[in-house]
Design a protein around this ligand. Sequence first.
Ligand code: NAD
Length: 270
Amino acid sequence: MGTPCEIVVTGVAGRMGRMLAKTVLESDRARLVGAVERKDHGWIGEDLGELLGGGAVGVAVTDDPLEPFARARAILDFTSPAATVAFSRIAAQARAVHVIGTTGLSSDDLEAIGAAAAHAVIVRAGNMSFGVNLLARLTRMAATVLDEDFDIEVIEAHHGAKADAPSGTALMLGQAAAEGRRVSLEDVADRGRDGITGARRRGDIGFSSIRGGDIVGEHDVLFAGQGERIVLRHVASDRGLFARGALKAALWGLDRKPGEYDMMDVLGLD
Ligand code: NAD
């Protein structure tokens, strides 16, 4: 085993940020060297270990990413699209692996992230769990075999505080289905139905979002035919799943050439 990988967690006070910090602190393959939050957040200047309810760990939460990024070999980033685009530039300057879990990124955001990937390794995935990435592969396979007599619907459920819909994972599954059918998701995606929508268009891929309580993340891909239905399902019951995936991605990225990768690459599912 080599020396532990120096890691910075951004958005450290968030649902995922806390889980990422705990995962890094508990790992013998990684060392937490920085914790970043947005300006004016109540955690700035405090010791992260104490904030998380344990003993001091000697890492004060900061709102300035420059200094900790310069000392890091990898950044674990589950924040917001605007923050992630800004972090991708700084991580590229520092030549640190940037693991991006943030969802809801626009095409402009993706372009900016792509530019940063010319200089450093970026691993970006709407879902960092092995199970969901396997589900995406199974979805593509099923969509290849089942023709348009089977209507494809992606149904997702998340906690009530989630900012974006459909989830990044739902879009990733829709993309996998579109690839299986050899069509562009943009042309067939049917999102946010309401009112007199008319009959379902043959070949469309539909999306529905459920929001409530503390649901960590559930995804169904439904293939609805005449007289039969096939449902592929993933249920996440513990956020630690995504954090462990993110850390795995960071360690995997250390030996790669600059470029943009996803969890299929990390997990060897491609
Ligand atoms: P959250 O709102 O609980 O946490 C986000 C944190 O980022 C907050 O603490 C916020 O203050 C911080 N933040 C925002 N702007 C910042 C900035 N400029 N600098 C530093 N910190 C900043 O949200 P969450 O549930 O933890 O989810 C975060 C993101 O991760 C979302 O986009 C979510 O969809 C995504 N997510 C991805 C996966 C995956 O496996 N890829 C899994 C779960 C969540």
